[in-house]
Design a protein around this ligand. Structure first.
Ligand code: FAD
Length: 446
């Protein structure tokens, strides 16, 4: 029998970014919410424990935070990134703006701090109950119950309905799809990542430009850095798992130093604790998932990484998870009496677009590693921004539509293809006119 048979409350599985935002959004609409999180309360960790890992917040994520009244608090804790600084192998740097003006920027925010803030606000809401150290192990769809492992044994609950926000390896997705006609596709990147900290100077100033994302693109590896409010930066090294220069072969202090001396000589003097960090910090893996369906009748629905984990190269994982919350809340508002219809509408509105995001995120891996240095790519970016300044409503670079707008991802890609075709036609026309003019000038008769 269910221990907590309060079937008027909504259960959320996973108290990460999407789960805690959705808890707050539902509570603000008057719903009772129980949030179940596998880990102990992350806010109880002693100050300074753990590393700061940063995420780039853009328009879609900001929209989600605005929905729950937290945008200003989050922006006050973030560092503006107005563009990318590209570090070439010879140590020279080049700046690429993210957009046409100060409104088109990203915000670097500490993931833990953001999660703590969301959990704090959720906890302060009288409609929300938080349950830490509750790991979902089973969902009984027929009886509409969830079973959790807790330090005190197994707990079974019977919520009104359940949202699965338990991340890329979602137990809720597995349970929801068990025994159903369901699709699931999972793809690991052959590259992993390791996070390192680039400390600030003793006076708190940053050793590299603070208000930018920094990229060290190399065909064989890639470094990206996000700034922190205290002047430090979170560096993420992406490197193949296997092969000649890979996480498998770069292990000893000599091998680590050699890798940095070869590819990132400008970073070496800035990272005095490199070897120690290399050893202590784990190597993470990256995964893309596609799945369907995202829902089960009027009882369960998925959101965030639980239904669409993407590679982090477009910086849209959290942003799209927050956007899921907005779309789900709008679908619930449209169909307050028919949950099955609301869940179905939400999935129809989101899934085609998050599938596009998965592809864009893969493509941006190549862009960050290779294209950002190519003169053709740089010229093309400049042309895009110049056209955008001339016609701010009708010409929108793809990056602008993804990061600085809430246009659905699929529509953004479609529109960018249309613009590309237009540009090609216009350039071909200009080239033909030039040729005709030249022919006329030198007296060639048609
Ligand atoms: P998660 O944040 O993973 O939360 C899931 C929660 O569920 C966790 O707290 C977990 O403990 C809990 N859980 C898991 N299983 C269970 C269970 N069985 N029972 C109960 N609870 C459970 N996104 C951006 O938008 N911008 C960026 O710049 C960016 N950079 C990134 C860089 C890297 C290196 C990586 C790896 C990701 C990055 N992302 C970025 C992606 C972003 O981190 C994720 O998309 C986002 O965290 C997804 O949120 P979520 O709530 O869906 O999942």
């Amino acid at each position: 029998p269910a221990q907590d048979a309060d079937s008027t409350r909504i259960a959320i599985v996973g108290g990460g970014l999407a789960g805690s935002l959705l808890a707050l959004a539902l509570a603000r609409q008057g719903h009772g919410v129980d949030l179940y999180e596998r880990r102990p309360d992350p806010r109880r960790q002693s100050a300074g424990a753990g590393r700061s890992i940063n995420l780039g917040l853009s328009k879609r994520g900001m929209q989600g935070l605005r929905m729950v009244g937290l945008l200003d608090d989050v922006l006050a804790r973030s560092v503006v990134m107005s563009g990318r600084v590209i570090h070439a192998p010879d140590g020279s740097t080049r700046y690429q703006a993210y957009g046409k003006d100060a409104g088109e920027v990203l915000h670097s925010i500490d993931r833990n701090e953001l999660n703590h803030l969301l959990l704090d606000r959720a906890q302060q809401h009288p409609q929300v109950r938080l349950h830490f150290e509750h790991r979902l192990v089973r969902a009984d769809k027929a009886n509409r119950t969830l079973e959790f492992d807790t330090p005190d044994g197994s707990v079974t609950v019977q919520p009104l309905w359940v949202a699965g926000a338990d991340g890329a390896f979602s137990a809720m997705r597995r349970e929801l799809q068990h025994g159903e006609r369901a699709d699931y596709h999972q793809e690991y990147l052959e590259w992993g990542y390791k996070e390192l900290t680039l400390a600030a100077r003793p006076d708190g100033s940053s050793v590299i430009e603070l208000t930018a994302l920094h990229v060290w693109p190399r065909s064989h590896c890639l470094f990206v850095s996000h700034p922190n409010l205290d002047g430090s930066h979170t560096l993420t090294l992406f490197l193949p798992f296997e092969g000649e220069e890979s996480f498998a072969t770069v292990r000893t202090p000599e091998q680590v130093s050699a890798l940095f001396a070869k590819y990132f000589p400008d970073l070496l003097p800035l990272l005095p604790g490199l070897l120690d960090q290399w050893e202590r910090h784990p190597t993470g893996s990256l995964i893309t998932t596609r799945t369907a369906p995202w829902r089960f009748g009027d009882w369960a629905v998925l959101l965030g990484d639980a239904c669409h984990a993407v590679y982090p190269f477009y910086g849209q994982g959290m942003n799209s998870a927050f956007e899921d919350c907005c779309v789900l809340m709008a679908a619930l508002a449209d169909q307050p009496k028919d949950l099955a219809a609301a869940f179905s509408r939400y999935e129809q509105q989101r899934r085609p677009h998050t599938d596009v995001l998965a592809e864009l995120s893969k493509a941006n891996f190549v862009e960050l590693r290779q294209k950002v240095q190519s003169p053709w790519f740089i010229a093309r970016k400049r042309l895009d921004l110049a056209l955008n300044r001339l016609w701010p409503r009708s010409w929108l670079p793809l990056y602008t539509m993804i990061a600085h707008s809430t246009m659905p991802y699929g529509e953004a890609l479609e529109r960018s293809h249309r613009q590309e075709r237009l540009l090609r036609t216009a350039l071909a026309g200009i080239a033909a006119l030039c040729c005709a003019g030249l022919a006329y000038a030198i007296g060639v008769k048609p």
